[in-house]
Design a protein around this ligand. Structure first.
Ligand code: AMP
Ligand code: MG
Length: 490
């Protein structure tokens, strides 16, 4: 590794509590240096937010740092081991192209993982090259930042550096490294990996670590694995209902892509839905629609069931009893989700609190939107405008009748119409990163033109605020602009 500069004065106070776990959970190794790094985008706002002090290094050193060419003194990077169900099939995985630099403590004491994605091969790379292409890393940057701005728990993106090297997929593509900031990277698949060892101590150590880091309240509970399962059910039901609110489709909800921090993680072939259609799929590798928009809650429940299976040995010494306990909790997922979904959809319609009768109001509107091929984002945003714009859906008979009933229902809200409309504007975005705009920005970015990317990032900065500058980003794609498929680009 003679490309590493020896910079004895460069220190970074990374911690690595994760490496106190049994050694099966990680492999220590350094990033593979790259030929000619260049910072494509750096998230200064995030750096400030998390109290990252880079004042001791100059621009060149910063570029080298974020490309893995310059390691801070005392840094002990490592790759994490995990397994997972991919499209329903169990596989051994692990960070095949990612490396944890360590944990960063923010000024307020929050512990955050600092991870490179695309930093070279690891013991878990299988046949892969350990590298990432610029387009998909920019996609993760844009979408994760958009999710954050939309108020949805997510990993963040700190930097994208081009490597000056090519990666070979279907085509030759420019290589890149993304720096990801996350509450942690413990996945459902990490527990699947732990349970494979059939060693309670290994499993227990991961559970203890997760509880300490994310669920400190569970420490006091008598059945901690069961309490954890219930907390994760609550957390994932919450997260998915937020995805459904903004029309987000993750695209690869494999168990290794479900983080137990409750953050959205691993932005591959993800996209936001334009026209409302429950069966919308973008991912080129999801041919059966397993991860379609409306399937996401069922898949979350399926994934959480894999977590439950992994935890069984810790729940009860008798397997049958453990299964019964886990099943009772898992069976509650549906109702927990449904209640969260209804209250979220109610808020999209300006309702402070929903009751059973409101469900029809929600599903009927969604049906009318589906029949009319209406835009999911714009239709909800338009409903809170003083006058409905001239859209096909608003002239239909069915909609008019629905609209009258909705207005009647709003009339029963205690705080008046303006308060309902304000609620609607706070949950129905005025703008989302539409797929055709994202693709356009990535395509230009790959060719070295970063202007479309900057404008897109600017447009999604305050997604609940109207503004003339949003106009080019608010229309669904014209038929010629439509992007039907997104690719992982791994
Ligand atoms: P993903 O679809 O990004 O969640 O990746 C699934 C698994 O494949 C993870 O274990 C990744 O680390 C691994 N992987 C993806 N791309 C590569 C690559 N280019 N080289 C090595 N491993 C990879
Ligand atoms: Mg993944």
């Amino acid at each position: 590794m003679d490309q590493f500069k020896s910079m004895t004065e460069f220190q970074f106070p990374f911690q690595s509590t994760y490496t106190e776990l049994p050694e099966v959970f990680f492999s220590k190794l350094s990033p593979t240096p790259v030929a000619d790094p260049d910072i494509v985008i750096f998230n200064q706002k995030l750096a400030d937010e998390i109290g990252l002090d880079l004042s001791q290094i100059n621009e060149e050193e910063k570029t080298n740092f974020f490309s893995g060419n310059l390691l801070p003194k005392g840094g002990k990077p490592f790759a994490q081991a995990y397994a997972g169900h991919q499209f329903g099939n169990f596989t051994m995985l692990g960070d095949g192209r990612a490396l944890m630099l360590g944990e960063h403590l923010t000024p307020s004491g929050q512990r955050l993982d600092f991870q490179f994605k695309g930093s070279g091969r690891t013991p878990y790379s299988r046949g892969g090259d350990g590298r990432a292409a610029l387009g998909p890393m920019l996609r993760e940057y844009v979408i994760s930042e958009a999710m954050h701005n939309l108020g949805i728990p997510t990993t963040r993106s700190l930097a994208v550096v081009s490597t000056g090297e090519k990666v070979y997929r279907e085509n030759e593509l420019p290589g890149a490294i993304l720096t990801r900031i996350a509450a942690s990277h413990i996945r459902v698949g990490t527990f699947e990996f732990a349970s494979l060892h059939e060693d309670k101590a290994i499993l227990q150590s991961l559970l203890d670590y997760l509880i300490k880091r994310h669920f400190p309240g569970i420490k006091e509970m008598s059945n901690q694995p069961l309490a954890l399962l219930e907390a994760v059910i609550e957390q994932q039901a919450d997260l998915i209902s937020q995805w459904m609110r903004v029309g987000f489709i993750h695209g690869v909800m494999n168990t290794d892509n479900m983080a137990l921090s409750g953050e959205t993680i691993d932005y591959g072939p993800c996209a936001f839905m334009d026209l409302f259609a429950p069966d919308t799929v973008f991912s080129s590798i999801d041919q059966k629609g397993r991860y379609a928009y409306a399937n996401q809650p069922y898949i979350a429940q399926w994934n959480v069931a894999r977590l439950a299976e992994s935890l069984l040995p810790l729940m009860h010494s008798k397997r049958e009893e453990a299964i019964e306990m886990a099943e009772d909790s898992l069976n509650a997922f549906e109702e927990i989700y449904k209640n969260k979904w209804l209250s979220m959809m109610g808020s999209k319609l300006g309702l402070a609190k929903t009751s059973a009768g409101d469900e029809n109001l929600v599903t009927e509107l969604l049906d009318i939107m589906h029949q009319n091929g209406s835009d999911y984002t714009n239709t909800f945003r338009d409903l809170s405008k003083p006058e409905l714009p001239n859209e096909k859906i608003f002239t239909s008979e069915k909609f008019r009748s629905w609209h009258t009933r909705w207005k009647e229902r709003l009339g029963k809200e205690k705080n008046g119409l303006e308060s309902s409309f304000a609620r609607m504007r706070s949950v129905n975005p005025a703008v989302i990163p539409r797929n055709h705009r994202v693709e356009e920005a990535l395509e230009a970015g790959e060719k070295g033109d970063l202007d479309p990317l900057s404008s897109l990032l600017k447009a999604i900065e305050n997604p609940y605020q109207d503004g003339d500058h949003l106009m080019p980003y608010q229309s669904p794609p014209e038929p010629s602009e439509k992007v039907y498929q997104t690719f992982c680009g791994t």
